[in-house]
Ligand binder design. Structure first.
Ligand code: TMP
Length: 274
């Protein structure tokens, strides 16, 4: 069934020159960097990427022109590749510069982090120098709760509080490690080290069966990416630590991967049109 909107459609021009249809539709959820709208068919959602950047549990915030466009493209690229090698994701297709059609799923309230190299909160928590290679990829869970600052939890907490079953946890670890292998190889091929990343996992129902898929986004917002030669950071740490221009860093990742949006340059402010 096609989603037909009775109200008059408008359109807006964004800084990257894209024109996005603004037909009125139901907002399902608004997060810090994305909005989910009702999709055109049952079981689908439209995922809209904003330019908003937040860090330190939203204590630091800014609007970074073009970030949403880049993350939409990059997440499309990674999830298409994962779908292609049999790692199921929620991604169906990109709709325009800022939106993609995704499968609706029940999000498990956990962030699954995989680390290859010590950095960020792990370095702080365990006193391991940033950049130290880990003996093997380490998978961690964080409970998704902004008020609590997304605390780290163990499988014991997850099972005891019923956030996921033991089978779900085994499946989540398997998914996360497959994503790690795929993303590490892809990045290594363009001279970038995948230091760590976060995924979110959703549950979908196929008749009597349920299975888990990679949901949300995979982008430089949710990964640590370091240039192999220079160690230059090409991820959200550029924003967190005020290391330079975030759009330039994400554009460099997109350029190396060959997914540079046609007009992804700094085009200045949007012009009003009649
Ligand atoms: P951390 O070192 O701050 O725990 O982050 C580990 C990885 O997870 C890093 O690549 C950033 C990503 N991440 C998110 O995408 N969202 C979050 O809310 C957090 C805490 C981390």
């Amino acid at each position: 069934m096609l989603y037909v909107c009775a109200t008059r459609a408008a359109s807006a021009v964004f800084p990257f020159g894209e024109r996005v249809s603004m037909a009125r539709r139901k907002k399902i959820y608004e997060g810090k960097a994305k909005i989910l709208y009702e999709g055109p068919e049952p079981g689908t959602l439209v995922q809209y990427f904003k330019d908003d950047a937040t860090a330190y549990n939203a204590e630091k915030r800014d609007v970074i022109e073009g970030k949403g466009v880049l993350n939409n493209r990059l997440s499309e690229f990674f999830m298409t590749g994962l779908n292609g090698i049999g790692v199921p994701t929620h991604f169906l297709r990109r709709l325009n510069m800022r939106e993609q059609l995704v499968r609706a799923c029940e999000i498990i309230p956990l962030e699954v982090v995989v680390r290859n190299i010590a950095a960020g909160s792990m370095s702080k928590r365990l006193g391991i120098e940033e950049g130290t290679p880990l003996p093997r990829p380490i998978v961690e869970y964080y409970f998704k709760d902004d008020k609590l600052g997304d605390p780290m939890v163990t499988e014991e907490h997850i099972a005891a509080f019923g956030w996921a079953s033991q089978q779900d946890m085994d499946d989540m670890v398997a998914l996360a490690l497959r994503v790690n292998d795929y993303m590490s190889g892809l990045m290594y091929g363009v001279g970038i080290r995948l230091v760590d990343f976060k995924i979110e996992v959703g549950r979908i129902y196929d008749g009597d069966y349920q299975r888990l898929i990679v949901a949300d986004e995979i982008s430089p917002d949710s990964c640590r990416l370091w240039d192999i030669e220079t160690g230059q950071k090409l991820d959200k740490d550029v924003f967190r630590q005020d290391l330079g221009n975030l759009t330039d860093a994400y554009t460099e990742v997109a350029r190396r991967l060959g997914v540079m949006p046609k007009q992804a340059t700094h085009l200045g402010k949007p012009k009003l049109i009649n």
